[in-house]
Design a protein around this ligand. Structure first.
Ligand code: SAM
Length: 294
């Protein structure tokens, strides 16, 4: 264990021990490379068709009991999958299991107006579209030009037709817009996705900057919701400053926390009541989710 601990930046190690005194070791052990996971894109293929195609490729896999469209592959190489017809035709999307959770909680329905505030590269936008059978009216924003191009490419490849993609800073969206549902998958430090042995940009300054941006985006998002509408806030961080503190800020802005019921066998960390913090492990990334209502 001590060799693992030494590879984690000291400030993060200390912060995690402080915030999760009984679970820090579990978190540290979860900073590992994970097997390939993917989502069947039901806009283009059923999960059964995807299962058959993977079997024909002689890949060994299992499906998640909590989401039949989610596949966990064993011993597969992500790059080889990315060269397969299944991938090139947009019938699958390579996506981490944790990052499939926000759209599952948001449950977009036909005809609902949904804003994906920070959308690129588009894994969750395309999943939102698929979950609504392609019938939710989705607006997807991304401020970075190169990432926006990737978003547009993925939307086209995945056949997510009724998505209005905008290259825009979501903070500058016209205040007259109103949405039924908003996904704020916020830019974050990525503290839940650390992989030991790989370089990381995480630093105390990055965490602070992310926390500041997250609050700005949250305030903007709440302003863009219809009365009674819901905003799903998520990060791939397990740090309280980016998660619980952001929720506390939203509550101070008049939002209400709608409790989330954890799904299936997902490894959890202690978290503010009603929110979900996924503990990183050998198949899940560390992740945070909270549902806020206006
Ligand atoms: N939801 C995406 C997915 O599932 O593929 C991942 C989103 S990533 C965590 C956050 C994204 O927000 C980045 O692409 C970043 O460039 C973008 N971003 C950051 N600040 C933004 C802003 N003010 N307006 C729009 N996009 C922003």
């Amino acid at each position: 264990m001590s060799d693992i601990i030494e590879q984690i930046p000291a400030f993060l190690r200390e912060l995690l021990i402080k915030e999760y005194p009984n679970d820090a070791e579990r978190i540290f052990r979860g900073f590992v490379r994970r097997p390939v996971t993917l989502r069947a894109n039901t806009l283009k293929a059923t999960a059964e068709e995807v299962a058959d195609a993977l079997a024909q490729m002689r890949l060994s896999f299992c499906r998640m009991p909590w989401y039949g469209d989610a596949f966990l592959l064993s011993g597969a190489d992500g790059r080889a999958i990315a060269e397969s017809p299944l991938y090139r035709e947009g019938k699958i999307y390579l996506q981490s299991l944790s990052s499939m959770l926000p759209p599952l909680f948001l449950v977009p329905k036909a005809g609902e107006s949904v804003l994906d505030m920070t959308a690129a590269p588009g894994g969750k936008t395309t999943q939102l579209s698929a979950l609504s059978g392609g019938k939710a009216l989705i607006t997807a924003c991304e401020k970075d030009k190169i990432r926006f191009e990737r978003l547009k490419f993925n939307l086209a490849r995945q056949g997510a037709g009724r998505v209005n993609a905008m290259q825009v800073d979501a903070l500058k969206l016209d205040g007259f817009f109103r949405f039924d549902k908003i996904l704020l998958d916020a830019p974050c430090s990525g503290s839940g996705t650390l992989t030991l042995g790989e370089r990381t940009k995480i630093s105390p300054e990055l965490v602070k900057n992310c926390a500041r941006t997250q609050k700005l985006l949250l305030k903007k998002g709440l302003g863009l919701l219809k009365k009674g509408g819901v905003l799903l806030y998520s990060t791939c961080s397990v740090l309280k400053e980016e998660n619980e503190a952001a929720v506390a800020f939203a509550l101070s802005q008049g939002a209400t926390l709608l409790p989330l019921a954890p799904i299936g066998d997902i490894p959890l960390l202690p978290s503010l009541a009603g929110t979900v913090t996924v503990c990183p492990d050998e198949i899940f990334e560390g992740f945070f989710l909270a549902m806020l209502q206006k």
